[in-house]
Ligand binder design. Structure first.
Ligand SMILES: *Cc1c(COP(=O)(O)O)cnc(C)c1O
Length: 377
């Protein structure tokens, strides 16, 4: 039996979601731009989906832009706002622990003459609000900050950051791909202008996401083409993906997050009984996240040996897995090279059981003992 504990990378698609998607490949196919009735039915489905997603974050449906996923939403938010507001200023503030799609968008903008400040974080992954305030100047156009962190689970204080941004009149974007439906996101209460979310982190299909764009936000489209998505995202809409995303939201809204949290807390307690192990990141974190370091051994070796037992976890973030350098996130929260290299990330979903966790901890314990026995460190 497989034990999947890498739900921050992606999640298993729900049965109900798959059934819904199938309908739109088999029978109800059509292009929302077609004027015949088959196309117009799809256009209505698209509007319905937009409305349901809007409801899930308390926005208006015209503020929901469908994209190909979190990466595209982040690119559109950052570059789209940068290009549209370059007459006002060329300064953007983000953090050192963002997802690559944010960091690389910012690096790209640096080559185009924009100035980017990458905020430090403390050893729990939180930014310093005073530092943010000090860094905002008359050239600042955008602040982009991850809401719930994909590696260490830190949940930033979006309320306070939003107030600062509103006060200073700069746009505020959050990457909520991990926090969506795990933490409350209400765009009418938060002072946010842009929110990135995606489907495949909540048991929906890959390749579909949303950028919430508050009405009145100055932003430019990145693609040239048709007039879809209010002119902000050219290209035929991914209807099966969108209906799958909507269904995934409905299913995820039924989940008791406390069950996941309790199972995760149980796991943390058991794992920390392993000698010279440590939990990385904050005390309060996303309900499904844990990140551990084990002294004297490599995270990659642990992942590899667990893989041999059909147990799937990750080292740091999926995107940095193939790099030799330790996770930039773990370095940013002050872990030494050795601690960062000896880390694994374990992320749960509603599908995990206590039996799976017991089996995982058992195998992990054996593997750590074995690796330490042969470790040169
Ligand atoms: C997964 C993820 C992304 C990228 O989303 P894709 O849909 O895979 O492109 C961006 N940010 C965070 C925090 C993520 O977890």
């Amino acid at each position: 039996m497989e034990i999947y504990l890498d739900n921050a990378s992606t999640t298993k698609v729900d049965k109900e979601v798959l059934e819904e998607i199938k309908k739109y490949y088999k029978k109800n196919y059509g292009n929302a731009s077609s004027i015949h009735s088959k196309g117009q039915k799809i256009s209505e489905i698209l509007t319905q989906g937009r409305r349901k997603i809007a409801e899930s974050i308390n926005s208006e449906k015209e503020e929901i832009i469908f994209t190909s996923g979190g990466t595209e939403s982040n690119n559109l938010a950052i570059k789209g706002v940068a290009f549209a507001n370059k007459n006002k200023g060329n300064h953007i503030i983000t953090t050192k622990i963002e997802h690559k799609s944010v960091l690389e968008s910012c690096k790209y903008l640096e080559k185009q003459g924009f100035k980017i400040d990458y905020l430090d974080v403390d050893n729990e992954g939180f930014i310093n609000l005073n530092e943010l305030k000090e860094k905002i100047n008359e050239k600042t156009i955008l602040v982009s900050i991850i809401h719930g962190h994909n590696e260490i689970g830190t949940i930033q204080d979006i309320d306070e950051i939003g107030k600062i941004c509103k006060d200073k009149k700069v746009y505020f974007h959050i990457d909520a791909c991990q926090s969506f439906l795990k933490e409350k996101i209400n765009v009418k209460n938060f002072n946010v202008d842009l929110v990135s979310i995606n489907s495949h982190k909540i048991h929906g299909p890959m390749g579909v996401g949303v950028l919430y764009i508050k009405t009145g936000t100055k932003i430019e489209s990145l693609f040239n083409g048709g007039n879809q998505e209010f002119g902000l995202r050219a290209g035929t809409e991914n209807i099966p993906g969108i209906v799958g995303f909507v269904k995934a939201i409905e299913e995820q809204q039924k989940v008791d997050l406390n069950e996941i949290r309790n199972l995760r807390d149980y796991m943390i307690k058991k794992v920390l009984e392993i000698p010279e192990s440590k939990l990385n990141g904050p005390k309060e974190r996303l309900c499904n996240n844990a990140n551990f370091s084990f002294k004297k051994i490599e995270g990659e070796s642990i992942v590899g040996l667990l893989d041999g037992k059909k147990i799937f976890v990750s080292t740091g973030s999926a995107c940095s897995e193939k790099d030799i350098e330790p996770s930039y996130v773990l370095s940013a929260i002050g872990l030494s090279h050795e601690e960062a290299n000896g880390s694994i990330r374990v992320t749960l979903s509603k599908y995990n059981t206590i039996e799976e966790i017991d089996k995982f901890v058992d195998e992990l314990n054996n593997i750590v003992i074995k690796l330490r026995r042969i470790s040169p460190l």
